[in-house]
Design a protein around this ligand. Sequence first.
Ligand SMILES: C[S@@+](CC[C@H](N)C(=O)[O-])C[C@H]1O[C@@H](n2cnc3c(N)ncnc32)[C@H](O)[C@@H]1O
Length: 371
Amino acid sequence: MASHIQEDELTMSSEELLQAQLDLYHHCFVYVKSMALGAATDLRIPDAIHLRGGAATLSDLAADTGIYPTKLSHLRRLMRVLTTSGVFSADVNASGDTTYKLTRVSRLLVGAGGESSRRHDLSPMVGLFVNPVPITALFSIREWFTDEKSTASSSLFEVAHGCTRWEMIAKDAGDDRLFNASMAADSCLTMGILLKECNNVFGSIGSSLVDVGGAHGTATAIIAKAFPHVKCTVLDLPRVVAGAPAHDNVIFVPGDMFEYIPPADTVLLKWILHDWPDDDCIKVLRQCKKAIPARDAGGKVIIMDMVVGSAGPQQETVSKEAEVLFDVFMMYIDGIQREEHEWRKIFLEAGFSDYKITPVTGIRSIIEVYP
Ligand SMILES: C[S@@+](CC[C@H](N)C(=O)[O-])C[C@H]1O[C@@H](n2cnc3c(N)ncnc32)[C@H](O)[C@@H]1O
């Protein structure tokens, strides 16, 4: 093996060697993109651009976000990373100043300016993903893979933080707020699109639905509004349900999905199973099966999660990378983004007989699972 590597290096031209070195350094620095995105989101730079009518100079941004004038050149460098990666765009105006504008990506981070522009504010999600809590856990991968004591712990998170993700959320009010705001933000964007694009899936949810791990009920409230005849219930941990706001036509039930799921025609699992290893998913799915009627009486489980590789061989690199990066990210709590064969395995083991995958553009599919 070693001689192969040597031979390759020996036969590589200087240009090829330098390209390989460039690629390697690029891989090393990719996380800086995430850090720059996290900082810009924290500083509410997308809001500042939006509130300036869609174009802002560096001095505008500094004035609006409280950045010290001595840091202006540093801000320019941060914005250069983000314009190079397509988060913002940059133009030179008539007076020769660079003006920064929003792109489709940063428009998703605007929270200011009224209800309509807040609809798709995914900035809490950036705060949740680009966050020292998961990132610190990911620094323990080598130890978790090789150290006997660490590997006996169930997740990287426990190695790094000494408690589970859910225990940390329970004891840290700020983390709890961020988590629930992120889930609500994701639900607002995703559910609106899915209800519009996947009529066939939601048109047949029957007369009752229980959203398992439904957090503060944002997704359920959107379904309840679209289908007023459906009795909609959210099941989540007692602490989460206690903090949930009231929504029209949504009932909250405190509980544990591993123990009991209230009966309904449809069980919804949105971003739940990717949090858990196979054994735990099978336990939850068995409870789902107990909660729903037989297939010919309209029973089904709707899973909204990723099916890795569902876009097929033509999948673009960005989408392919987003899937596999998100999968390793989920390792921090011993979660998994599954390929179809991995989904099939847990469905069959939980006693389900059939399933149908509807791929949705982006990083999520809908899987209807039948008893
Ligand atoms: C990733 S969030 C998904 C929230 C929501 N479904 C969404 O997509 O916006 C996972 C949810 O599962 C809930 N959860 C974790 N363990 C649970 C349990 N044992 N029983 C019920 N819910 C649980 C968490 O409180 C959290 O709200």
